[in-house]
Design a binder for this molecule. Sequence first.
Ligand code: C5P
Length: 357
Amino acid sequence: MPPDGDHRYFTSTAVFLNEVIKFAVSLTLAMYETSKTLAPSTPATVLFEQIYNGVFSSDGWLLAGPAALYTLQNLLQYVAVGNLDPVHFQVLYQVKILTTAVFSVLLLRRQLGLKGWVSLIILTLGVCVVSLPSSEKAADSFLLHGVPDHFFPRSKHELGQTVAGAAIPEPAPHLSKRSATYEGIAKDLPPADPIMVYSVGVSAVLISAIVSGLAGVYFEKLLKESSTNASLWMRNVQLSFYSLIAAFLGGCVYQDGAGIREHGFFEGYNAVVWAAILLQAAGGLLASLVIRDADNIVKNFATSISIVISFIFSVWIFDFTVNITFLLGTSLVLLATYIYSVPERKTHRPPPVRIVS
Ligand code: C5P
């Protein structure tokens, strides 16, 4: 057995367990909801039958689309987080605000108005300012100081090289079979090439942002425009049911199947991994409530505050150094969030108040 902490967990198992938790919570709440519409002594089997019908007999199968997209998004996010620092990940991921807006206009026929589009353009500018110069900056910094462990957790130790190129003992054979990122770098690229690490991270986060926009709007459309009027919890049962299948086949079998068979499903699990999975599941369920009660665009602007939170933690925990372009870009992202969320000014003046003496 390797010493504790020597192996990283398989990210696909985390995505799968996240779906298990959401499925269990959504099923419980959907059953509770259904029970209220039936007589008090209705047996549980009837409840299950109702849920079963909801998933298979009506338009529940339509949720397979967003389920596949969300699973892809969640898998890509782990690749992105493994190759970028948390702050750059958070800021670049805000591109999803733009993609969500575009998909909302196209699929939900939403009108954004001038304020909406102006704030989206400022947001895009902010994201560009943060991302473009940082590729050189990150590369410089990596080349000077080496890729920090948190940037690319397995690269140094498991691919058997340091950033400076000095070889250290060969990695254990099983480790080259991990995620596509590590595998790709192990086979085809100079180990821990900082520019490549950064490019993999940026590509993963940008694709993830596009998929996030499409998945969210697709889910919202099914939730709000479907003729069956299925409740949120029924929709969530349907979504996580198909997500479970996608996460199992795409992640646990295709992406990490060989490694999981060799080392076990729970390899590398510790309290932090479990906490991340629980937080991810709670975040997903909360996101669904916001999509129902507001919409995807509002959800995205609201969560962009997470940039500030991850910034504070990155300075504190990871010694993240701030440069002026980063500050400028992040400020633009937050300004865009503010402009989008302030209410429109009233164009009509209120009628003059008459003072009766
Ligand atoms: O980053 P983004 O806001 O797109 O992330 C939304 C998250 O919420 C995804 O991880 C997705 O799996 C989750 N979600 C969910 N249930 C829904 C809608 C989204 O768990 N009904």
